[in-house]
Design a protein around this ligand. Structure first.
Ligand code: FPP
Length: 254
């Protein structure tokens, strides 16, 4: 169902935006605040992460029904490995369960899955399920869902720079002809459009090593609510805010 807020987000000055410019093609989200959500309720942190998974489910459904083409979720950062072993186990356990329990449903809903990040750091069974999820959903076109797992932007950029240097050394790349678009081709997001809108929940206002190259022109939106409280209403309000910003920056004749 398309609500009034979503309709407003798809309009500029009350008229449909040309090519639906006001609707971001790619929304990326830093899902922060699970721990604080739990402690505010006297619950263990894992309860916050479980509630966070419910918010992930709602967000995927909302993105698909509103017509967002790409949704990237920062589910596990390369720095998250430094958390206490028990919390790392809780988070990887939730990921394992998510992959086992959701894939059939995502497949049925037309969602195509992609993963960016250092998947080799996860246990073997999770790595196998990540590959399976990509293959099983490869023909879907309704929503492209990118999960950033063990992801860090600096490591991604350094790996790309290393591959570029190796190609130059091997003589397969001409440094004189090298440009931004070619560099982007070495990143893990090659083929994925840059995010138009990056949302971070929890009130923190930073990117925390998320999509640093790709975020160059993204609109940033910092929300004062914890990730488990993010639902369709908040998503639609974020899209409406994005549409307002586009309207301010886009010079339209007449
Ligand atoms: C931040 O909350 C969130 C994370 C560390 C990861 C997000 C993970 C999920 C939403 C669940 C797993 C997702 C999938 C797809 C299975 P925080 O712990 O940093 O919260 P705090 O800053 O309040 O402590």
């Amino acid at each position: 169902m398309v609500t009034a807020a979503a309709k407003a987000a798809a309009e500029v000055d009350g008229k449909p935006a040309t090519g639906n410019r006001a609707l971001p093609r790619h929304v990326a989200i830093i899902m922060d605040g699970n721990g604080r959500w739990a402690s505010a309720r006297g619950l263990p942190r894992v309860a916050g992460h479980r509630a966070g998974v419910q918010a992930v489910r709602r967000t995927i459904e909302t993105a698909a029904s509103l017509g967002v083409e790409w949704l990237t979720l920062y589910a596990f950062s390369s720095e998250n490995w430094r958390r206490p072993a028990s919390e790392v186990m809780d988070l990887t356990g939730l990921l394992r369960h998510f992959l086992k329990s959701e894939i059939a449903e995502l497949k049925a809903k037309g969602v195509r899955l992609y993963f960016i990040g250092d998947r080799a750091r996860f246990e073997q069974d999770i790595q196998i399920d990540l590959g399976l999820a990509e293959r099983e959903t490869a023909h879907n076109t309704r929503l492209n869902l990118v999960l950033a797992l063990s992801y860090g932007a600096r490591a991604e950029i350094a790996a790309a720079a290393k591959a570029v240097a190796e190609a130059a050394k091997a003589g397969t790349l001409d440094p004189a002809a090298f440009d931004e678009a070619m560099f982007a081709g070495y990143l893990s997001t090659t083929g994925i459009p840059d995010p138009d809108l990056i949302i971070r929940t929890s009130g923190e206002q930073r990117l925390s090593n998320f999509l640093l190259w790709q975020a160059a022109y993204a609109e940033l939106l910092f929300l004062d609510l914890m990730w488990p409280d993010f639902g369709p209403e908040q998503f639609e309000a974020a899209l409406a805010e994005y549409a307002r910003r586009e309207r301010r920056f886009g010079a339209r004749p007449g």
